[in-house]
Design a protein around this ligand. Structure first.
Ligand code: HEC
Ligand code: HEC
Length: 414
C-alpha cells in the first residue's frame, strides 16, 4: 500500500478534532491559504474575497461561449461536484452539442492531490520505493494545480469554449461582479489580460479549497472513524472485504484508513494505474476506430507519447461520494456500482461478459488498448484470476461492499 504523507502539518489539529465531538477533522491548509494571491502590481486579495468570487464564477454560465454552461453544469454541487446525470460524457461547446471524451470527476477531496510525478516517493519511512506515476489533476494527471486545471474547461472547445484568455477576461469585465474583482485584486486588475485571467483562476482554485464545500468529512464512515457512530453488520463486512488483500483488495489503491499522521483517508493513493476498462461506444470520439484515449501516454497530454508503458494508465479516483455518481471510470462506461463491482471481480474470470469478440470468436480482452499495452494492465487481486476461477467476491459479498461504499456519502446525520 502506498501510504501518502503529503499532509505534513495539522496532524495535531486532526487528533484534536478526532476527539472533539462535532468538528470535522481539519487537514493541512493548502499552501496558498496562508499567502493570499495578488496579481503582480495588484492588491493582495484575501482568502474570503477569493472564495466568494470563485464561488460566483463557478456558477456563472456567462463565462462560457454558449452562455449556458458554468463549471457547476458539469460539476454539480448536489453530486459532490460530479456530473448531475448518467451521461458517460457531458455536452458543451459553443452550441452545447459537442461531446467530451471523458467522464466528469468529482471535485471533492482533491485538496491534497500532489503535483504529478513520474517517480513518486512515499514519505512513510521507506522513501526508496518508487511508486511510479502519481498525482496531478484530471484523469491523466496533466494539470498540477486547480488553477492550472481551471484554464482547461474555460478554453476547451468541447467545454466552455472561449477562444482565449482575452475572451474570458472580457466577460469578467462585463460581469455584475467586476467591481468585486477590482476591489479584491486592485483597480488595475483588468489592465493586463494575463494578470486578470490568472486572478480569476486563483479565485476559482481558492473556492475549490473551501472545506465546507469541498472536503466536509461528514460521511457516516467519517463519523465511524471519529467513534461517533457504528457501522451496521453489512457495512462492516463490506469494509472488511474492501480492505482484505485476498478479497476486494480495494484499499491497496483506494486508501481507507486514517494515515499515520492522523489525516482522514481520501480513498485514493493518487496513483496512475491501468485497469483495462472496456471501450465505451457511446463516446462519439470512439466512432473512429483509430481513436484511443490512452490516458497518461496521450492524447490529452503529450509529454509521454513515446512511453508505451504508460498507455492505459489513469488516476485512481477518490471513492468518497461514489454512490452519488451514475457513470463510472474515465470513460463513463458503467452506470451502476453493481456493474463496476462485477467488472472488478469478473474481468479475468469471465472476460466474455465485458469485451467484444473478434471475427474468429475469440474475446478481444482490453479492447480499449493495443496488444502492446496489455502488459501495463494491473493483475493484482481481485484481478489475479483466470477464466474458470471463482471471482474474488460473490454476489452477497458485492452487496456488502456496496453497502460500505454508501457510507462514504457526505451529509450523514446520526
Ligand atoms: C462540459 C463539462 C465540464 C465543464 C463545464 C467543466 N468541467 Fe471540469 N472537468 C470535466 C471533465 C470531463 C474533467 C476530466 C478531464 C480529463 O480528465 O481530461 C474535468 C476535470 C476537472 C478538474 C480535475 C479534477 C481532478 O483532480 O481530477 C477540475 C479541478 C475541474 N474540472 C474544474 C472545473 C472548473 C473550475 C470549471 C469551470 C471553470 C470546470 N471544471 C468546468 C468537465 C467539465
Ligand atoms: C490497483 C489499483 C486499484 C484497485 C486494487 C482497485 N481500484 Fe478502483 N480504481 C482504480 C483506478 C486506476 C480507477 C480508474 C480507472 C479508469 O477510469 O480507467 C478506479 C476506479 C474505480 C471506480 C470508479 C470511480 C469513478 O469515479 O468513476 C470505483 C467505483 C472503484 N474503482 C471501486 C473499487 C473497488 C470497490 C475496488 C475493490 C473491489 C477497487 N476499486 C480496486 C484503481 C484500483
Amino acid at each position: 500500500m502506498k501510504v501518502l504523507l503529503i499532509v505534513a502539518a495539522a496532524a495535531a489539529a486532526v487528533f484534536a478534532a478526532l476527539h472533539a465531538d462535532s468538528q470535522p477533522p481539519a487537514e493541512a491548509a493548502p499552501a496558498y491559504a496562508n499567502a493570499a494571491y495578488a496579481p503582480p502590481a495588484g492588491r493582495r486579495a484575501s482568502v474570503e474575497e477569493m472564495t466568494a468570487l470563485g464561488r460566483t464564477m463557478f456558477f456563472d454560465p456567462s463565462l462560457s461561449a454558449s452562455g449556458q454552461q458554468s463549471c457547476a453544469t458539469c460539476h454539480s454541487p448536489d453530486h459532490a461536484f460530479g456530473p448531475p446525470n448518467d451521461l458517460s460524457v457531458q455536452l458543451g461547446g459553443k452550441d452545447m452539442k459537442t461531446a467530451g471524451t471523458r467522464a466528469v470527476p468529482s471535485l471533492r477531496y482533491a485538496q491534497n492531490t500532489p503535483p504529478f510525478s513520474e517517480h513518486f516517493h512515499d514519505d512513510d519511512g521507506d522513501d526508496s520505493i518508487d511508486a511510479g506515476p502519481t498525482g496531478g489533476r484530471t484523469w491523466d494527471g496533466r494539470a498540477d494545480s486547480a488553477h492550472d486545471q481551471a484554464r482547461i474547461p474555460l478554453l476547451s472547445p468541447h467545454e466552455m469554449a472561449n477562444a482565449d484568455a482575452a475572451e474570458v477576461v472580457a466577460k469578467l469585465k462585463r460581469a455584475p461582479y467586476a467591481a468585486q474583482l477590482r476591489a479584491a485584486f486592485g483597480d488595475t486588475v483588468f489592465d493586463n489580460t494575463d494578470r486578470a485571467f490568472q486572478a480569476a483562476l486563483m479565485a476559482l482554485e481558492v473556492f475549490q479549497e473551501s472545506p465546507a464545500d469541498f472536503y466536509p468529512y461528514t460521511s457516516k464512515y467519517d463519523a465511524y472513524l471519529r467513534k461517533q457512530t457504528q457501522l451496521n453488520a453489512q457495512e462492516l463486512r463490506g469494509l472488511e472485504l474492501f480492505n482484505d488483500p485476498g478479497k476486494g483488495n480495494c484499499a491497496s489503491c483506494h486508501i481507507s484508513e486514517i494515515l499515520p499522521n492522523g489525516a482522514f483517508p481520501q480513498f485514493t493513493d493518487y496513483g496512475l494505474i491501468a485497469v483495462g476498462v472496456p471501450r465505451n461506444k457511446k463516446i462519439p470520439a470512439n466512432a473512429d476506430p483509430r481513436y484511443y484515449d490512452f490516458g497518461l501516454c496521450g492524447p490529452e497530454r503529450n509529454d509521454f507519447k513515446d512511453k508505451p508503458e504508460y498507455c492505459g494508465l489513469f488516476k485512481t479516483p477518490t471513492l468518497r461520494n461514489i454512490a452519488l455518481r451514475r457513470s463510472f471510470f474515465h470513460n463513463g462506461v458503467f452506470h451502476t456500482l453493481e456493474e463496476v463491482m462485477q467488472f472488478y471481480v469478473q474481468r479475468d474470470t469471465n472476460p466474455e461478459k465485458w469485451y467484444p469478440r473478434n471475427r474468429d470468436g475469440s474475446i478481444r480482452k482490453f479492447d480499449d488498448l493495443l496488444p502492446e499495452h496489455f502488459s501495463n494492465v494491473n493483475m493484482e487481486p481481485p484481478f489475479d484470476r483466470q477464466p474458470g476461477d471463482k471471482p474474488a467476491l460473490d454476489d452477497a459479498e458485492i452487496k456488502d461492499v456496496i453497502a460500505f461504499l454508501k457510507t462514504l456519502t457526505d451529509g450523514y446525520k446520526p
